[in-house]
Design a binder for this molecule. Sequence first.
Ligand SMILES: [Zn+2]
Ligand SMILES: [Zn+2]
Length: 278
Amino acid sequence: MHRIGFHVSVAQGFLNIFENAKVLGANCCQIFTHSPRSWAFNIVSEDVGNLFKDLYQKEDIKPVIVHDSYLPNLASIDPIMKDKSIDSIKKEFISCNRLGLEFLNIHPGAHKEQSKEKGLLEICESLNSVKDYVGKVTLLFENTSGSGSVMGSTFEELKFLLENTDFNCGITLDTCHLFTSGYDISNREALENTVSSFDKIVGLENLKLIHLNDSQGELNSKKDRHEHIGLGKIGPAGFKAIVNHDYLKNIPMIMETPVNEKRGDKENIIFLREMIEI
Ligand SMILES: [Zn+2]
Ligand SMILES: [Zn+2]
């Protein structure tokens, strides 16, 4: 059974996310533990964590993935910004452990004026400094579109991050980011080539999550603009190949698609489920 879901809101509390997911027809989901555009946030309390853990065991909404906020840059050359970023990730690890959640998804960071090599190493060093807070969590590095100095857009960079971080890590592949960073997945053959290249360089066993988004931007455009499934430049053939791929079909898939006059979440999941052949 495919695990397909959405990013859902925690605005009405952590205990409500299962209902929010079910209403959309999802059987897994992704959340922020707090407002993603704010530095000031609280760690999840032990009481809320315990209530959540009980419910999580009973509900068939699995996995629930935590996405970190948009602000941290673990490779920042500004020491204050870097400390804030490290502290923010540390708090996310504590919250994930209290909630009993296994995966924390992060965007690797931007190297800005320093070299990419230095930036990648900075990310790993920042993460290694909070190793004691990781607990049972697996950190997922999400691939990026590679605009500006943003790191993590190539399989080689993802491999470097995995190899130089001293605790359990894995990879999230976002289909929009894959496509706009130059990896074609718009048909079965192109997808096979991209998956086999990922396997050779990073290892498929490290792939823990797929962000399923179509793309407004063209192949290799470095643009990070999501589109409804099948309505973007990846198109229906690409998504049909992904959801029916022998290996990928067993990886949880989370959509971060828009909600607008064209479609909402329900329409996207129906469209996707109708393409599943196996
Ligand atoms: Zn994503
Ligand atoms: Zn994106």
